[in-house]
Design a protein around this ligand. Structure first.
Ligand code: G6P
Length: 624
């Protein structure tokens, strides 16, 4: 949802630095891009502005191979909210005198009111965006206050909504002012200058030292200095954190797309999510991030999981896992619904938010509401230092490195694995207190063994890539798909359907197989394929699943099954079968979803689509 990058420093290479950073951030938005830089030297009062529609590569082409030397640049890749993608709506935006330039991520909610007031004062607007009001507000404040930081601080006091922004002014060469409210922005500390970015992946080639800006803080960056203020102009001391991501995790490393790379990273990602957290000898799980809560943990009697998109489907699987292992009541909701309900929460309820980015606006709002209502706020988050990670009372990191492909893959399987860890953790806790399901030590030991086996089993699943590619070729002519599953595999079917629609633009619906006869069966004929996650023959719902598939075959529906290795029944029914290894029923979605991620990927590629940048989608949705 819009990416921001900025650099100010002694190197004259600011334009290239900003462009390379923008390429890293492109997954956040790709309908237009723009850059503004100061002229070279500390006295130059010139600024050069470039804007293009479409991908960052268009901006790179426009600027050319030998960009002008500059010590200060800010740049932006846009995901449109107000105003169609066009050059005039692309950032950076500027004031009447074309003196102040600004890039922004977020939404200015009172922009119409502000725009009218500014227009009455004679300000001329050239775009349809909400962002442009910021430039004119700063212009007006600058006349009163003089310095750019004072003007930005004054202007921000009029603004309602969310923002991460970076501003430069022709009159103050080589200085960037930045601020945020509910949209991500971090400052990087390099050897010869300072950086700004929407997330850490854009900074990794330059520095691992970062400062996370908090809401309503202002950063003042020059080549020689870095300072922080609050909106009352008090100086603030900020902690410098170290990012522990490996640079390779933010590069394609020979894969044609990030999505394919991230699908293949799953064995390692799951291993990293489990690392150091399993104690097989004691059949225990160690989650230091939750243990910080001490006795408060014992008071938790109920869980509410709130999240969005793929993280929501992981949460739904979490509901089944928590109920099975820990015997605790769980409710799951879209964060966007939860935050507008009047949920009954108290100190015995834990609200568990799940978020890869840690910045999703609705999930963050759900978390804040939960805290206000006195619930224990827990998180499963991948991005260290993100807003959600910092605002939860306690939580568990996924530790899978950055996920760049817009369609989430490794984050999903890691989230399910971490949910299994959390369920085990609470199950053992409840068991020690004589509550819950009393999962036995032996039972917990079996689950731990199965968790350990996941990385090699995932490697085995990935070996069916060629088979899946062939299936994608065979089924590419269809534009509608039904995905079915039961129990743990019901949310997995919804997630697999989401993958297919996100990147191949096929219509796909995920359904609980038992519900099929209450509607979707009307769609089934020889032109409407079904993809079924069958589950293990040992499962209580296996026979039911088979009956549902019989009903599809009776209506001549093409059928692809994801089934357990050794299932002898399934090839009689399904036109095509993808076999996966046997695991605990609760962990089956982790293995089952991977071939369907590959299926979605190849469906998209065969259609000539870019799976890393599906139309209209953004990786991190920082607006409501
Ligand atoms: C967007 C992304 C999805 C993601 C969802 C929630 O829609 O495209 O891949 O699942 O946001 O994001 P989060 O970062 O909170 O997990």
């Amino acid at each position: 949802m819009c990416g921001i990058i900025g650099y100010v420093g002694k190197s004259g290479d600011a334009v290239n630095i900003a462009l390379r950073g923008l390429e890293q951030l492109e997954y956040r938005g790709y309908d237009s891009a723009g850059l503004v830089c100061h002229g070279f030297g500390s006295r130059s009062k010139n600024c050069r502005l470039y804007k293009t529609v479409g991908r960052v590569e268009n901006l790179v082409k426009k600027i050319g191979e030998n960009p002008q030397s500059s010590c200060c640049a800010i740049a932006h890749t846009r995901w449109a909210t107000h105003g169609v993608p066009s050059v005039k709506n692309a950032h950076p935006h500027y004031d009447c005198k074309k003196e102040i330039f600004l890039v922004h991520n977020g939404i200015i909610e009172n922009y119409e009111y502000l725009k009218e007031a500014l227009q009455r004062e004679g300000h001329k607007f050239v775009s349809d965006t909400d962002t442009e009001v910021l430039t004119h507000l700063i212009e007006r404040s600058k006349e009163k206050y003089g310095t750019l930081e004072d003007a930005v601080i004054d202007a921000l006091c009029y603004v309602k909504g969310t923002f991460a922004l970076a501003v430069i002014s022709k009159t103050e060469p080589n200085k960037i002012i930045a601020s945020r409210r509910s949209s991500p922005l971090i400052v990087g500390l390099g050897k010869d200058g300072y950086f700004l970015a929407s997330d850490a992946s854009a900074l990794m080639t330059h520095t691992k030292k970062v400062v996370y800006l908090d809401d309503d803080e202002v950063a003042v960056l020059t080549p020689e200095s870095l300072g922080f203020l609050d909106l009352k102009k008090n100086r603030k001391n900020k902690r410098v954190d170290l990012i522990d991501w490996d640079i390779k995790t933010a590069q394609k490393s020979g894969f044609p797309h990030f999505m394919l790379k991230e699908i293949h990273e799953q064995p390692a990602a799951i291993r990293d999510s489990l690392r150091g957290r399993l104690i097989p000898r004691e059949a225990e799980v160690k989650l230091g991030g939750l243990e910080v809560l001490g006795d408060r943990l014992k008071e938790i009697e109920r869980f509410v999981i709130a999240s969005c998109g793929t993280s929501y489907y992981a949460g739904l699987i979490g509901e089944y896992i928590f109920e099975k292992y820990a015997g605790l009541p769980v409710e799951v909701d879209f964060a966007s619904e939860f935050r507008y309900r009047n949920p009954v929460l108290n100190k015995n309820t834990a609200v568990l938010v799940i978020s890869q980015s840690g910045e999703t606006a609705d999930t963050l709002a759900a978390l804040r509401m939960a805290k206000k209502k006195g619930a224990v706020a827990l998180g499963i988050v991948n991005t260290v230092g993100s807003s959600i990670a910092r605002e939860t009372d306690a939580g568990v990191y996924n530790h899978i490195g950055p996920e760049i492909g817009v369609a989430s893959t490794k984050a999903f399987t890691s989230q399910v694995a971490v949910l299994a860890l959390c369920a085990l953790f609470f199950a053992r806790l409840a068991s020690r207190q004589g509550r819950g399901n009393n999962l036995s030590k032996a039972g917990a030991g079996e689950i731990i063994k199965s968790l350990y086996l996941l990385p090699p089993q995932l490697r085995e699943v990935l070996k069916s890539e060629e088979h899946i590619k062939r299936l994608a070729k065979k089924y590419n002519k269809y534009n509608n798909f039904l995905f079915l599953g039961r129990k743990f595999n019901y949310p997995a079917a919804m997630e697999a359907a989401l993958k297919l629609k996100e990147i191949s633009y096929s219509h796909a619906e995920g359904y609980g197989a038992g519900e099929m006869k209450h509607g979707p069966i009307a769609l089934i004929d020889e032109n409407f394929p079904t993809i079924a996650i069958v589950g293990s023959p040992a499962s209580r719902v296996y026979e039911k699943m088979i009956s549902n598939l019989e009903e599809i075959k009776a209506r001549r529906g093409p059928l692809v099954a994801v089934a357990e290795k050794g299932d002898k029944n399934i090839s009689r029914l399904a036109d095509d079968v993808i076999y996966i290894p046997k695991t605990q029923e609760a962990l089956n979605p982790i293995l089952a979803v991977v071939p369907l991620q590959l299926f979605a990927y190849y469906m998209a590629v065969l259609r000539g689509l870019d799976p890393d940048k599906p139309r209209n989608l953004a990786k991190s949705v920082t607006v409501e």
